[in-house]
Each structure stands twice: as structure tokens, then as C-alpha cells.
Design a protein around this ligand. Structure first.
Ligand code: ATP
Ligand code: FE2
Length: 327
């Protein structure tokens, strides 16, 4: 059976089509790039509404299928920005109702871990999920995916994007930080905020802007930001792995595309005799294939939803979901 999944939690509207073995037949997307400043939920939602039909058609064309070949529709039910979530949900409901298909709403964070499990060959990893809006360490324990550590303020990607804006970089500053950091070499101290298993990133923006005002070169700022922020992520991930006894670590989220973060986590994993897994780039960032795959797994394990149960949940917690598809 083929599942069509629609992702729409933040700036990406993605549509993926997968079969019951997680062969990805299509994974199309269209990302909203704000003309200036940060992401405005309403503007992103308008963008999603404009492109969703086209991205769905492109995905079916890429997969070489027609709507009548689809057996299940899934969509990102949360967490995310309300207006964006509602566009994805509305498109999914319209498609499902028109074709008389079952519909399943899924948790976006869990979708990141499930696509990684399916495509990289790890079986029971701790997930370091580092994206724009989310920064969490998640692992399966006693029937649920539980959060073992997370940011107390903003996601690490948002920190990079906001700081990038203050430093005059374009939106979506993560890749630019990575490029600059490779040229940097002098480390300047920045707030290392790990409290228990939780992290905070906003203090780093103020401190890094102060370095900039003092004339520290952007390369050294980028280097120092990456070393500090990624060390925080790596420390929390390592402690979670030690605490719950996992010997696999999986990376997910847009920031997982960063080579320096991968190196740090890989070194940590090797030092503990563990293994690191990273899905292909297109499955690290927000994408429709991961939503399709989690929908397929949930449906396969007996989950059914009526339309009234498909309301979006902006603050949908990872541990709210009873995991019925794995033991
Ligand atoms: P979510 O809804 O899960 O919070 P998102 O909407 O932020 O995700 P993603 O595509 O998962 O979307 O991640 C985007 C983030 O990843 C942006 O903050 C971007 O700056 C960051 N990013 C992308 N590439 C890199 C990189 N090479 N290094 C660091 N950060 C990166
Ligand atoms: Fe995400």
C-alpha cells in the first residue's frame, strides 16, 4: 500500500510517498523563505496554501502514480506553527475525503526518528533532533518516545538564524555558519548553558553579538558558536545514552546536516563503543517522506482516526504518543 504524507509544521511544505517497506517513491518540497526578518506563521501558511496542490501533483508525478494508487494519507499534526499545521491538515483531509481514504495525523518529532530507523539500519537509537524550532534528545523507553533533554528556550537552528540575522547573514544562516567556522581558529568563550539535561541557547546570541561589536572576525565567532553549542548537544546526548543504555545515536533535524556536529557526535559515540547514524540530507530536514512513513507504521499497527480527531496540536509532545508499532 502507498502512503502520501504531508509535512507542514514550519517553513517547509513537503509531500512524500512511501510503500509499506519504506521505499521512498517521492519526496518533494517547497520551502518558504521570508523576504526579510524571521518566519511569520501567517505568511508561511499562505505560502503553503499556494504551493500544496502543486507539490502533491509533483510528488505523484515523480512516483509515477495517480491519486487512485494511494491507500493512506498522513499529515504532520504537530508540534508546530498553528496556521502552517492547519494548511497541511486541511489538504490531507480534502484529499482523503475526496478519494475515500483513511487519514492519520502524526507527531513530527517522532517522524524524524522513525524515518532514521527505517533508512539507516539502526534499531533502538537515542535521537539527537536538532532543527530550527526543536532541540531534543529522544529515546524509546517503556512504550513511548521520551524526551531526555531539551532546550529551555529556542531551538539551536533558530539561535543560528537569529544570530546570523544580527550579524548580517541571509536567512537560514546554518550553512553559512558552517562555512565560516571552517575558516575560524580562535576560540572565544561563550555561555555554555547545560542545566541538568536541558540546554539554553538565547544567551549565546547576546554574547556573540558583543564579540562582533568588539571586532572579533565572523569566522572566529562562527567557530566559537559551533564549538560551544555543539559541545552542549553532544554532552546531553552522551549522558542520555549512558543513562538509558543505548549504543546507537541517530541524528535528525536540519542542523544535523552540519559536518562539525556530526564529527563531534561521532567521536563521542566511538569513545563509548557506540555507533552513529545519519539519514541522507533530504531526510534530516523537514520532509514529507518521514510523515508518510510514520503514518504507514501507525496505520499498520491498527491506528485509525476519524476526521474530528485530526485537529492539529501546536504543542504536541513526543511522549503523548502511545507507540503501537514497535516493542
Ligand atoms: P522543525 O520544524 O523541525 O523545527 P525547521 O522548520 O527548523 O524544523 P529544518 O529543515 O529541520 O526545519 O531545519 C532548518 C534549520 O537547520 C535552520 O535553522 C538552518 O539554519 C539549519 N541548518 C541547515 N543547514 C545547516 C548546517 N549546515 N549547519 C547548521 N545548521 C543548519
Ligand atoms: Fe523537523
Amino acid at each position: 500500500m502507498l502512503t502520501l504524507g504531508i509535512e507542514g509544521t514550519a517553513h517547509t511544505l513537503g509531500v512524500g510517498i512511501v510503500d509499506s517497506d519504506c521505499n521512498v517513491l517521492a519526496n518533494e518540497l517547497d520551502m518558504f523563505r521570508p523576504p526579510q526578518g524571521g518566519l511569520h506563521p501567517r505568511e508561511a501558511a499562505n505560502h503553503h496554501a499556494e504551493v500544496v496542490a502543486d507539490v502533491m501533483s509533483r510528488a505523484m508525478e515523480k512516483a509515477g502514480v495517480s491519486p487512485s494508487d494511494i491507500g493512506l494519507v498522513s499529515f504532520s499534526m504537530g508540534p508546530g506553527l498553528g496556521p502552517c499545521l492547519r494548511v497541511a491538515a486541511t489538504a490531507a483531509r480534502a484529499f482523503a475525503c475526496t478519494l475515500g481514504l483513511p487519514i492519520v495525523g502524526v507527531n513530527h518529532c517522532i517522524a524524524h526518528i522513525e524515518i532514521g530507523r527505517a533508512l539507516t539500519g539502526c534499531s533502538d537509537p537515542a535521537l539527537l533532533y536538532a532543527s530550527g524550532g526543536n532541540t531534543q534528545v529522544i529515546a524509546f523507553s517503556e512504550g513511548r518516545y521520551r524526551i531526555f533533554g531539551e532546550t529551555q528556550d529556542i531551538g539551536i537552528g533558530n539561535m543560528l538564524d537569529k544570530l546570523g540575522r544580527d550579524l548580517g547573514m541571509g536567512f537560514y544562516a546554518g550553512p553559512e555558519f558552517e562555512r565560516l567556522a571552517r575558516e575560524g581558529s580562535r576560540y572565544h568563550e561563550l555561555p555554555y548553558s547545560v542545566k541538568g539535561m536541558d540546554m539554553a541557547f538565547s544567551g549565546m546570541i547576546t554574547a556573540a553579538v558583543a564579540l562582533h561589536k568588539k571586532g572579533v572576525p565572523l569566522e572566529d565567532i562562527a567557530f566559537s558558536v559551533q564549538e560551544t553549542a555543539f559541545a552542549m548537544l553532544t554532552e546531553v546526548t552522551e549522558r542520555a545514552m549512558a543513562h538509558i543504555g543505548k549504543d546507537e545515536v541517530l541524528l535528525g533535524g536540519g542542523v544535523a546536516q552540519n559536518g562539525r556536529l556530526r564529527d563531534m557526535v561521532e567521536d563521542m559515540a566511538h569513545a563509548r563503543g557506540a555507533e552513529m547514524f545519519v539519514p541522507d540530507r533530504q531526510f534530516c530536514r523537514d520532509n514529507g517522506a518521514m510523515i508518510a512513513w510514520l503514518g504507514a507504521e501507525m496505520y499498520g499497527s491498527g491506528v485509525r482516526m476519524d476526521i474530528p480527531e485530526t485537529v492539529v496540536r501546536q504543542r504536541f509532545r513526543t511522549d503523548d504518543v502511545e507507540v503501537t508499532w514497535r516493542v
